[in-house]
Design a protein around this ligand. Structure first.
Ligand SMILES: [Mg+2]
Length: 180
């Protein structure tokens, strides 16, 4: 059987990030000089520009504030433990925020690599990066956003939607992957 690799999104999968989104959007809109209503598109369109770097820094501050108010979903430790293989974190949160959160919550050691927004700009580029490094393995990607699932449909990855808001559990998804 081919080795399995697990790729997890952060917000909505590992943790419910309690960011003050209205403030974030107003700050980013101010920096951009137009009304930003969708950060995923904003990151995608501004990647590699000065505006991207500026917005990254501003939002990072809100993310750091949010971390102290955000709690890891109760099934995360167990899910990572039973997977017992190569796991990546692929998130559009800041690298610094991701690393410090994982560290504080005793989760860092489970991950082979943490991919934040600075280096990638879009989720798809993160998945392509992992595909390149994990050739010949079965890659499973779990995200809570249908858009992210759709964006990787044509890649050679099994994309799994998790609906935490409907009570779906990461532990259950990981069990299904292990049994597949
Ligand atoms: Mg998410």
């Amino acid at each position: 059987m081919r080795e399995k690799v697990l790729v997890l999104d952060f917000d909505g999968v590992i943790v419910k990030l309690n960011v003050e989104w209205p403030k974030v959007y107003s700050k980013v809109s101010e920096l951009a000089g137009y009304n930003v209503t969708d950060l995923i598109t904003f990151w995608k369109n501004t990647f590699g520009t000065e505006l991207y770097d500026k917005a990254n820094k501003v939002i990072e501050e809100y993310e750091i504030l949010a971390l102290s108010r955000s709690i890891v979903y109760p099934d995360v430790h167990e899910a990572l433990k039973i997977f017992n293989g190569t796991i990546y974190l692929a998130s559009m949160q800041s690298q610094k925020v991701l690393e410090s959160f994982l560290e504080k919550n005793g989760l860092k050691a489970y991950f082979k690599e943490v991919l934040g927004r600075e280096r990638f700009g879009v989720k798809r580029r993160q998945l392509e990066y992992i595909l390149e490094r994990e050739r010949g393995k079965n890659i499973y990607f779990i995200d809570d956003l249908q858009r992210n699932i759709d964006s990787c449909e044509d890649l050679n990855i099994k994309c799994v939607l998790i609906r935490r808001w409907k009570g779906e559990s990461l532990l259950q998804k990981v069990r299904e992957i292990l049994e597949a």
